[in-house]
Ligand binder design. Structure first.
Ligand code: PLP
Length: 379
């Protein structure tokens, strides 16, 4: 995909450590005890490349994968072993049911209408079709509501032709272990299961794994933690960092005290200093809300971001460095090293999920990291 020439001319390089993702999956599998550990690869594996992350996790033993859209599943399916399942969290849009069968991917049925569409296809094909069923246990987003489940339980034909491969729900407050919604959702989940055909169960996302064994059921579904995002707010992060973002300096200028920097002249230098203009902007997912906030690093020297984030550039106060130490073409680090992903996102008033999934398409992406003794892969 990217050639060495790309790296030489790149404005910024995003390095994605597949070995760290695999190590994180193994740690989560260990925490999940007897439950199996799936991988959530929606939004192109949270922006890090489902085509690379999926096969790396499959090689490590992961066999259950979740994406949001049918198109994501269709792209991923051929890259995974035959005995792996790919489930589509949004379920079928009306009329798209047969594409799930054609591509060998499982829908998550979230509503009565989705169930009816799936059952109708099973009837037309005259064969049993597998699906995941999602129940709403208190998030009011996706899933069958308790009253719908009661109606279905009273209808002997409701599940005719549908094999329920998994019953799942999703936690709203799992990153806050003391939140009473966690136990309430777990109770409702257990009640809901009694109204459904017997099947393995899954409730926990990344943070849910850390709520303990009661939340693990048969399968856990981490996304964020695979990619190094801290699962519990305010607690030490047991996961390995996965990405590093290095961006190149385009130009360095001396400025006098009182010089305005960037759109809107929102920052003025208090002393003579040097401003380094770097090739990353909000078009690359560097959030504009991070204007005048946050830090880039040159080695262990922090360089504050000053002025507004532009579409293609940010500006740094490089006054802490000696003259000539930082030059055009050299790189500063925006994520990785001293710059932890969660802290970088918080600096911009956001969360690491949003920062990761928003990282733009202009970066030269390097996938590195040995899996199962294989030599490092660069794509
Ligand atoms: C239904 C469902 N399960 C699992 C996940 C993975 O969650 P997390 O990234 O917090 O681990 C998501 C992501 O939002 C989801 O929507």
């Amino acid at each position: 995909m990217n050639t060495p020439h790309d790296e030489a001319s790149a404005g910024a390089i995003l390095t994605i450590d597949l070995g760290a993702i695999v190590a994180n999956w193994r740690l989560l599998q260990g925490r999940a005890g007897r439950a199996a550990c799936a991988a959530v690869l929606k939004a192109d594996a949270y922006g890090l490349g489902a085509a690379q992350v999926g096969p790396a996790l499959a090689a490590a033993g992961c066999r259950q994968f979740f994406v949001a859209h049918l198109d994501e599943a269709i792209a991923l399916r051929p890259l995974l072993p035959h005995d792996a399942s790919v489930s589509v969290l949004h379920g079928p849009m009306p009329g798209s049911e047969s594409a799930f069968v054609a591509h060998g991917v499982r829908p998550v049925l979230n509503s009565r209408a989705q169930l009816d569409g799936w059952r109708a296809l099973a009837h037309r094909l005259d064969r049993e079709l597998e699906a995941v069923v999602q129940v709403d246990t208190g998030m009011a987003r996706l899933g069958l509501a308790p009253e719908e489940l009661r109606g279905l339980a009273a209808d002997p034909q409701a599940w005719a032709g549908v094999r329920v491969g998994l019953v799942m729900s999703h936690l709203a407050c799992a990153d806050e272990p003391a939140h009473p919604a966690n136990a309430a959702q777990r109770r409702r989940f257990q009640l809901a299961r009694r109204l459904l055909p017997a099947a393995p169960a899954s409730l926990a996302n990344s943070s849910g794994i850390f709520l303990g064994e009661d939340f693990h059921f048969d399968l856990v579904r981490p996304g964020a933690a695979l990619y190094g995002i801290a699962p519990v707010a305010g607690a030490a992060n047991p996961l390995q960092p996965v990405i590093r973002l290095d961006a190149r300096v385009i130009q360095i200028r001396h400025v006098e005290a009182g010089t305005a920097v960037g759109y809107g002249a929102t920052w003025h230098s208090e002393r003579p200093t040097r401003i380094a203009t770097v090739a990353v902007g909000y078009a690359d997912g560097w959030l504009r809300s991070g204007s005048n906030r946050g830090t880039a690093w040159f080695g262990d020297v922090p360089l504050p971001l000053v002025g507004r984030v532009s579409m293609d550039t940010i500006t740094l106060d490089a006054g802490a460095l000696a003259e000539g130490e930082l030059q055009p073409g050299m790189a500063v680090t925006l994520i990785g090293g001293g710059a932890e992903l969660d802290a970088v996102a918080a600096d911009a008033g956001s969360i690491a999920y949003e920062l990761l999934t928003g990282l733009g398409r202009r970066y030269t992406r390097r996938h590195v990291g040995a899996c199962h003794g294989a030599s490092p892969v660069a794509t």
